[in-house]
Design a protein around this ligand. Structure first.
Ligand code: FAD
Length: 324
């Protein structure tokens, strides 16, 4: 296959999000011999980030720099990306299934009258066709989907496709495009960051999550210590968020974030179906719960029946010994 693929990159705090590299790997898999073109938008010069995309497998990158692109709006980014799509005429477009990806891609797909496969966790070639795998029914089943005709457009779930090996010897053009962005109807007055500092929950390789069993905001402290030792992000059940033990930005589940880390450690979480919807595709699940009948043990690879306030400090000590 040698189709021309466009990858819409995403940056935060001056660095590309890992899912951008995963999207490049997906584009390369879709079109092993084709051209992979990155696109980056921002109000500052993002050419250094363009180079990063090339090191991770893009052949060249188009950047759009405009004051209207300081903060994401679907109006502003939509116009910038659409203009590049029209100029480049790609055969396919890939982006991360992030908050921005979920907002931007359906609007673009509708404007381009194309189909969109969202939240793909794998890409394969079946005969001549590119087939995407995506979870359905809150992760209880998977479906295989393809776009039979026209522009191939997909978002990929973070943490599911391995980025290509970084290669600093790769070179390619990073070209700035002039786009006339007008009539942006959304005015961003302020951006308030709710999530805690540290590892980004939706892209973390390890997540330590707490539920109502954590009992208080202070009860999250040992979980944060365990996360620090492991280089993990802290997440939570809605039970813990509703009880005001932590911020809703940490909520994992059907109405929260969907995570697929290599390791998910659930502490004092019962395993309600709505919580499982956000984490059951994690590669290894460890559950700590004092109720041996808790539903979380039905999805766990390793279960520890016990009081999390006894178990978590022991884990911290053990992991410290291992010097992870
Ligand atoms: P509980 O169900 O109260 O479980 C607490 C667990 O902690 C128990 O299993 C208990 O045995 C254990 N425990 C207590 N003390 C200790 C201790 N010291 N040591 C070890 N274990 C202990 N939930 C989500 O998580 N995410 C969502 O996105 C979500 N969306 C929802 C959407 C809808 C429309 C609805 C109706 C519900 C949604 N929920 C969601 C809520 C969900 O149904 C559950 O109520 C919630 O997940 C329960 O949270 P929990 O497991 O922390 O609390």
């Amino acid at each position: 296959m040698s189709q021309k693929m466009l990858v819409i990159g995403e940056a935060r705090d001056g660095a590309l999000r890992n899912v951008t590299f995963e999207a490049i790997a997906a584009a390369r898999k879709i079109s092993p011999n084709g051209e992979v073109v990155g696109i980056l938008c921002g109000s500052d010069d993002v050419s250094n980030l363009g180079k990063e995309m090339i090191y991770y497998g893009a052949d060249r990158v188009c950047t759009v720099q405009h004051d209207a692109l300081a903060t994401y709006t679907s109006d502003g980014y939509g116009q910038a990306v659409l203009s590049v799509i029209e100029e480049e005429s790609p055969d396919g477009i890939v982006m991360g299934h992030t908050a921005i990806g979920k907002d931007l891609t359906p609007k673009l797909a509708s404007k381009l009258e194309s189909g969109l496969i969202s939240d793909a966790v794998a890409v394969d070639h079946v005969g001549e066709n590119v087939v995407f795998t995506r979870p359905i029914y809150s992760g209880k089943a998977f479906e295989k989907k393809m776009i039979a005709d026209g522009l191939l457009f997909a978002t990929i779930r973070p943490n599911n496709m391995k980025p290509l090996q970084r290669d600093d010897s790769r070179s390619g053009d990073v070209q700035s495009k002039q786009v006339d962005i007008k009539d942006v109807r959304t005015i961003i007055k302020d951006v308030l960051r709710k999530s805690t500092e540290g590892v980004d929950l939706s892209e973390a390789n390890i997540v330590v999550a707490g539920g109502r069993g954590v009992k208080s905001a202070e009860g999250f402290e040992p979980l944060q210590q365990l996360a620090d030792v492991l280089g993990a992000a802290v997440g939570a059940s809605r039970g813990a968020c509703d009880a005001e033990y932590c911020d809703y930005s940490l909520q994992i589940g059907q109405t929260g974030k969907v995570v697929t880390p290599d390791l998910y450690i659930a502490c004092g979480i019962s395993g309600a179906i709505q919580h499982l919807a956000g984490m059951s595709n994690s590669k290894v699940i460890v559950a700590i719960n004092k109720d041996p009948e808790a539903n979380i043990f039905n999805v766990a690879d390793y279960g520890i029946v016990g009081d999390l306030f006894d178990v978590v400090p022991k884990l911290i000590e053990e992991f410290k010994q291992l010097k992870i």
